[in-house]
Unconditional design. Structure first.
Length: 348
């Protein structure tokens, strides 16, 4: 057998083993192509996978043990809270506490201020709007367009530009609102899960951001977001979340959960993360379901299933969940299960 054939066979076998335990989700990266080599632990064996992240794609890989049985929750977990997090001053009727928003056009360019305003006019039922970065003037544009009483969960995506990210946020706050409008500021997204940072590095990033934000006048939560399984497997991450722990958790990638069970599944992950973090409050800051794509075991993408999943999340953990995503992201690659573009819960 030729060497090339052997390599292809080994790769196919490794992927066949890894796929049930590897869940992927994508968020935006505006920088150039990056080649990342990741080590994935699968049943005691080690597999190295090299993935090219395109200009408009940020890969997030989860190495997870076989899912345990879902424990049904008889009551929704308490909402993440802290003395320093600003309280809502509005009346909001959405099933979940908030929703994520990305300010990019279908071709990957930045939405105009008018387009952002049009989008935000459809999100007035949500208490919190989560952003991932400061590019495209998104903090400024969302500040100008948000409804009275809405809070922003802001993000500094690039950890090599924390200070400039804080400056952009502080400028928008000074011009268009106040720090009372900011619920939380996060640094990075799923960095430990992706193998892009160690636990100690996350601590350094959070410390740098917190120092700069405190100097700018922000007294609320400053933290780093990772996947629920990354936090469970690396409980040292809990040390850098003073007020509460923020995690991303999508039942769709489990492969064993139907859409109607998304809320119970997410409630279990909240309990697992809280246990790993010594009883700290937990807020899921990404959870959703695709409306189109390929089936993943028991998880079937469809609009009706998306609606069922979001309804389940609202019923079971609504006050502890930020839904993903407001609108479809047509600028993304098809991604895992050909579903990456279709997580928008407000699209028909």
């Amino acid at each position: 057998m030729q060497v090339k054939s052997i390599v292809n066979l080994l790769l196919a076998c490794s992927l066949a083993v890894a796929r049930p335990l590897e869940h992927a989700h994508h968020q935006h990266d505006k920088r150039g192509v990056v080649v990342v080599t990741k080590t994935i632990i699968v049943d005691g064996s080690t597999v190295e996978a090299t993935a090219a992240a395109q200009v408009q794609e940020h890969a997030e890989t989860i190495a997870e043990s076989t899912p345990s049985a879902v424990v049904a929750s008889s009551a929704a977990p308490s909402a993440a809270s802290s003395a320093s997090a600003p309280a809502s001053s509005g009346s909001f009727s959405a099933g979940t506490k908030g929703v994520t928003y990305s300010p990019y056009q279908a071709g990957g360019g930045c939405k105009t201020a008018e387009e952002v305003a049009s989008d935000l006019s459809q999100l007035t039922d949500y208490e919190i709007i989560r952003l991932y970065g400061v590019d495209c003037n998104q903090v400024e544009n969302v500040f100008k367009a948000k409804a009275p009483g809405q809070k922003l969960f802001l993000g500094i995506f690039f950890v090599d530009a924390i200070e400039s990210g804080v400056s952009a946020i502080a400028s928008a706050v000074s011009s268009y609102g106040s720090w009372n409008d900011v619920h939380t500021v996060s640094v990075g997204n799923e960095l430990v899960n992706n193998g892009e940072a160690t636990v100690s590095q996350i601590g350094q990033y959070v410390s740098t951001a917190k120092s700069a934000l405190r100097s700018a006048g922000f007294t609320g939560p400053v933290l780093s977001v990772d996947t629920f399984i990354a936090v469970i497997n690396n409980p040292g991450l809990c040390d850098f979340a003073d007020e509460y722990v923020a995690v991303n958790a999508h039942a769709f990638f489990d492969g064993h959960i139907a859409a109607s069970g998304a809320g119970d599944w997410a409630a279990e992950q909240i309990q697992r993360v809280s246990s790993a973090c010594g009883g700290k409050d937990v807020l899921i800051v990404e959870s959703g379901w695709p409306s189109k794509g390929d089936t993943n075991g028991a998880a079937v993408p469809s609009k009706s299933n998306q609606q069922a999943a979001v309804q389940s999340l609202g019923q079971k953990i609504g006050s502890s969940c930020i839904a993903f995503n407001a609108f479809n992201d047509y600028w993304k690659a098809d991604g895992p299960f050909n579903a990456e573009k279709y997580w928008g819960i407000l699209d028909s």
